[in-house]
Design a protein around this ligand. Structure first.
Ligand code: FE2
Ligand code: FE2
Length: 353
C-alpha cells in the first residue's frame, strides 16, 4: 500500500484527510514540518500532503527542505492551502510542489487528484526503468561492436596480437591515474573518460585500409609503404566521420575521431598527419600516444622482437617532451607496477575493458 504523509497543524484537518485517504493508502499524520522531516529521516513516503500555514516551519520552508534533500526530492508534494493566490502557487511550483488542493477540500476531488498524481508517478518510474534498461542494452551492444571491430583489426595485424585490446587497458590505467593525480581535471570528467575508453580500441581502425602486403611485411618498409601505413590515421578519421553521419549531440565518436586522427602526432611537432605540436594535439591523442607506443615496443612485431618491461619504460622516459606530453609520460611511468600487472593479464586474455 502506498504511503501518504499528511502534514497539518490542525487535528481536524488531519482526521478528515485520514478519513478520505485511509481506505486506499497508508496515511501517516504529523502536526508540523519538523515532525515531517524527522519522520522522513528514517521512513519513506510516496506522497506528501503539506499544509501551507503552520507555526515554526511553514509549508513552503518544509517543501524547500524536502526538495533540497537528495534522498527526498523525488517525493511528490501536494500543497494543501486556503491561499490560492497565483503568487503563492507560482512560488510553491517553483519550489518543487507537484500540485495544489484548495482548502476546505472536497473529499472526492482530493482523492482523485492524489490517485492521478501517484498513477503518473508510477508510470514515470516504469518509463525510467525501461529507458535505463534499453540504454544499458545499447551501450553493451555498442561496446561489443567496438570490440568486434578491434578484434578484426588485431586479427589482420597477426604479429601484434591483441594490440587494440592491450592499448585500451593501458590507456584506462593511465587516464585514471592522471585524474587521480589531479591533472587535466577540467577535461577528464567521467563522461570524457567514458568516451576515451570507448574510443581506445578503435584508434587503429584505419589499418583496415592498409594492404596486407604492407601491414604484415617483415623487414623495412619503403618510403611509399611507410606513407601508406601513415595514412591509416586519415582513413580512420574518414571511417569515424561516416559513422557520425546523422548522429546529433555529444557522443564518444567525437573523441574517437580525434584519437584516431591524431594518435601519431608528436609533442615536438614532428609527428603525422598534421605535425601538430604540444597541447595543440587533443588530449585523447596525447594519452593514446603513450599507451600505443608502449604496447608497440613491448609487444612482438613482425619486424622485431618485443622489449623487456624496463626497456619499454625507458623508451617512454626518453620520449618525454619529444614524442610524448611529458606530464602524461611521467604519470604513465608512475604506474609501472600496475602496467606490468595488466600487461601480463592482457596477454593471457584476462584483462577487463
Ligand atoms: Fe596507429
Ligand atoms: Fe596502435
Amino acid at each position: 500500500m502506498k504511503r501518504i504523509l499528511v502534514v497539518d497543524d490542525n487535528k481536524v484537518n488531519l482526521a478528515m484527510a485520514k478519513a478520505v485517504l485511509s481506505e486506499q493508502y497508508d496515511v501517516v499524520p504529523v502536526m508540523s514540518g519538523i515532525q515531517a522531516l524527522t519522520y522522513l529521516e528514517s521512513n519513506t513516503a510516496d506522497l506528501i500532503l503539506l499544509d501551507m500555514f503552520m507555526p515554526e516551519m511553514d509549508g513552503y520552508e518544509t517543501l524547500c527542505r524536502i526538495k533540497k534533500d537528495e534522498k527526498l526530492r523525488h517525493i511528490s508534494v501536494v500543497i494543501l492551502t486556503a491561499d490560492t493566490t497565483s503568487e503563492t502557487e507560482v512560488k510553491c511550483l517553483r519550489g518543487g510542489a507537484t500540485d495544489f488542493i484548495k482548502k476546505p477540500f472536497v473529499p472526492e476531488i482530493m482523492l482523485s487528484r492524489i490517485n492521478r498524481i501517484l498513477e503518473l508517478e508510477e508510470y514515470r518510474k516504469g518509463l525510467e526503468k525501461i529507458v535505463k534498461k534499453k540504454t544499458e542494452q545499447i551501450e553493451k551492444l555498442q561496446h561489443n561492436i567496438i570490440m568486434g571491430i578491434a578484434t578484426m583489426i588485431d586479427k589482420r595485424d597477426v604479429d601484434t596480437g591483441r594490440h587494440a585490446y592491450r592499448t585500451s587497458i593501458y590507456m584506462q590505467v593511465l587516464v585514471r591515474a592522471l585524474r587521480d593525480q589531479g591533472y587535466y581535471t577540467d577535461i577528464l570528467t567521467n563522461k570524457y573518460i567514458n568516451h576515451l575508453c570507448r574510443s581506445a580500441p578503435l584508434h587503429d581502425v584505419g589499418k583496415i585500409g592498409v594492404p596486407d602486403s604492407i601491414l604484415c611485411k617483415p623487414g623495412k618498409l619503403t618510403p611509399e609503404e611507410y606513407q601508406c601505413i601513415k595514412n591509416h590515421t586519415v582513413i580512420g578519421k574518414n571511417i569515424i566521420s561516416e559513422c557520425m553521419k546523422g548522429l546529433d549531440g555529444d557522443n564518444f565518436l567525437h573523441v574517437a575521431k580525434d584519437m584516431v586522427y591524431y594518435h601519431h602526432e608528436r609533442w615536438d611537432g614532428k609527428g603525422y598527419p598534421e605535425g601538430k605540436k604540444g597541447e595543440e594535439i587533443p588530449l585523447c591523442a596525447r594519452i593514446m600516444a603513450v599507451a600505443d607506443v608502449f604496447d608497440a615496443i613491448f609487444s612482438k612485431r613482425v619486424y622485431k622482437e618485443g622489449m623487456s618491461f624496463e626497456e619499454a619504460f625507458k623508451v617512454i622516459e626518453d620520449g618525454k617532451g619529444v614524442y610524448f606530453d611529458p606530464l602524461i609520460a611521467d604519470v604513465f611511468l608512475s604506474q609501472k607496477e600496475v602496467i606490468k600487472n595488466v600487461a601480463v593479464k592482457a596477454s593471457e586474455g584476462n584483462g577487463d575493458i
